[in-house]
Design a protein around this ligand. Sequence first.
Ligand code: ZN
Length: 432
Amino acid sequence: MRKVLMLILDGLGDRPCRGLGWLTPLQAAEIPSLDLMASKGLTGLLHPVDVGVPPGSDTGHLSIFGYDVVREYPGRGVLEALGEGVDLGQGVAFRANFATVKQVNGKLVVIDRRAGRISGEDAEELAKEIEEMDLLNGEVKAEFRHTLEHRGFLVLRGEGLHPEVTDADPHEVGYPVIEPQPLVSRAEKTAKALSEFLREAYMRLKDHEVNRRRESEGKPPANIVLPRGGSSKVSLESFQDRWGFRPAAVAAGPLYKGVARALGFDVYHPPGATGLPDSDFDAKVSKAIDLLEEYDFVFVHVKGTDTASHKRDPELKKRVIERVDLALERLVDPPEDLLIVVTGDHSTPSELGKHTGDPVPILFYGKGLRRDDVPNFDEMSVILGALGHLKGRDVMPLVLNLSDRALEYGLRPTSKALRYVPKASDLKPFRV
Ligand SMILES: [Zn+2]
């Protein structure tokens, strides 16, 4: 049986970019390690959720890990909170990013959903202003935490809260912030608390000295946070129970740590890993190789590719891919018992700056596996790959098969037919 190293480059897929001579960043990048793995491995195109569906990073990952996002998606907020190690208890959580709004006839119109990608001290200082709040006369406590760049999350705690409320975030610039509305009657209190939070956050942030300074420097003020993706405590079947692997994750971004924790992965954040394009990919790959001693499935997440895409910087994305490739050099001649999988959780075309439903390239590489004739790892070359078009739900069965863990079909009830079963030698003998 093989162990598995799965590398997910966030937002890896792209479209041809004018600035790169109509190549995608992956096509334009010098990536000898990934090209070698593609040329000696199996490749294809992956639709992480489904054909034409632009996945969020959370749904893209969950689907690749073999979870049905239509039935099992727990919502974004809880995953962000878990990523920061916050136990939600009976509370509800929301993803909540800093944004810039302008008051127009009493409405707050969003002019930058990321407040100029505010980060560092500015974000920390503003976050302090809204980190705790008493809402609805003290019946509900709000806790806001800043995470990475413009991102953060909000937790509401109190009796009778329910996560099914509308997003305050309109998801497009030029539109007003939306008054939170309950989607089910049990969520009325949550919607009221959220409205009060929005109003109070805007009042506390709009004239803050950090924002005044930002405005004088021509930067957008971070004068509100926009909650979305309400969710409550998660109870997903663990990855180990579903697929039989003992899993670990190497990640720096809070959402990815959260997804991994929600599935029962042990999460590692090596020094130098930042969750940004400047991350130390060498440190991440080294950590993953070390962890393969103890774990049999190691997931490595790289966020920099997606960040470069959202910044609409294909050249930066290309450089991130090249640095990742350099870190993979030591894996081009892998141990015989290792299966390497490389893919993305969705496409983020870097001249568009948002997620799309374009499929992403995927490769499976290991000694003694079949190979196809694809010489390069990129969106166009893998169209000719042996695996053709895959959907997210196909990935884990392929991983089980190529790591020699799949069970012959028919030996188990159909609903569990694909799941790994411990070897007889691992089980306790029946005694008389
Ligand atoms: Zn993503």
